[in-house]
Design a protein around this ligand. Structure first.
Ligand code: GLN
Length: 247
């Protein structure tokens, strides 16, 4: 029987901005390409997360209102979730979901939303949204790699704990706060990021980071290499757009 990976898509009805769902389709297609099956399990408010049978968590971005609803629901799941992340559960949290992992999110109108407090970071909304295509430099398995995406956020995120590792360094765009060139957060197998877009189809190496982490946790091999000609072309096209003078 084909082994199956299960990815929990958290709050697809609430946290679903800018085609974030495309990340799941990408993971599913690539996992099948590697010879395994993949189920996307949609979980929303009040649903329980069956952690022993989940291989990865995905949560997309949402508006301030939706972030509030999700926060209240996540509070009921918080202890197990943190424990699983500590144990290396792969997780991709985009924009509004990423902000929820910190100490708090203060909206531009002053509304205060406490965060889950998993990490010593906070987010404050300011006038003027940080919008546009973004290029960052990241490192996977000791190899530098460019990552492209699209960002649109009012929140500015600051990593207080200097031991926290960003997802990457901003080459063009705004990133966490438009000031310190950091973008996102990388902790064990969790990536929090402002890159919408969707991120994974245009950055197959990041998709494979998650897939390899899932496979390693199950002791399953990834042996074949996928043909990423189209994905790499898409990546390069965005890069050309952001850095028009560099080929
Ligand atoms: N409400 C948050 C902000 O604007 C997150 C928005 C999003 O997920 N794109 O900062």
């Amino acid at each position: 029987m084909t082994e199956k990976f299960v990815i929990a898509h958290m709050y697809p009805d609430l946290m679903n901005l800018y085609g974030d769902r495309g990340n799941l389709l990408c993971l599913q297609k690539r996992i099948r390409g590697y010879g395994y099956d993949c189920e996307i399990r949609q979980l929303s408010l009040n649903d329980l997360i069956d952690f022993p049978n989940i291989d990865m968590i995905f949560m997309g971005g949402g508006s301030d209102r939706e972030q509030g609803l999700v926060y209240n629901d996540l509070l009921t799941k918080v202890e197990n979730l943190l424990q699983e992340i500590e144990n290396g559960l792969p997780a991709l949290c985009i924009c509004g979901a990423y902000q929820l992992l910190g100490q708090y999110y203060k909206a531009v109108d002053g509304t205060m939303l406490k965060g889950l407090g998993f990490f010593d970071l906070y987010t404050e909304g300011r006038p003027g949204r940080l919008i546009g295509n973004i290029l960052i430099e990241s490192e996977i398995d000791g190899q530098k790699t460019s990552v492209v995406g699209f960002e649109n956020h009012g929140g500015r995120t600051y990593l207080c704990d200097k031991k926290l590792k960003p997802f990457g360094t901003v080459v063009r765009g705004h990133g966490n706060n438009g000031e310190d060139y950091s973008e996102g957060l990388w902790y064990k197998n969790l990536i929090g990021t402002y890159l919408h877009g969707p991120l994974l189809p245009k950055n197959p190496r990041i998709a494979d980071f998650f897939i390899k982490a899932m496979a390693a946790r199950r002791g399953l091999p990834i042996t074949n290499i996928l043909d990423d000609t189209i994905e790499n072309f898409a990546h390069q096209q965005v890069k050309n757009k952001i850095l028009p003078n560099i080929t």
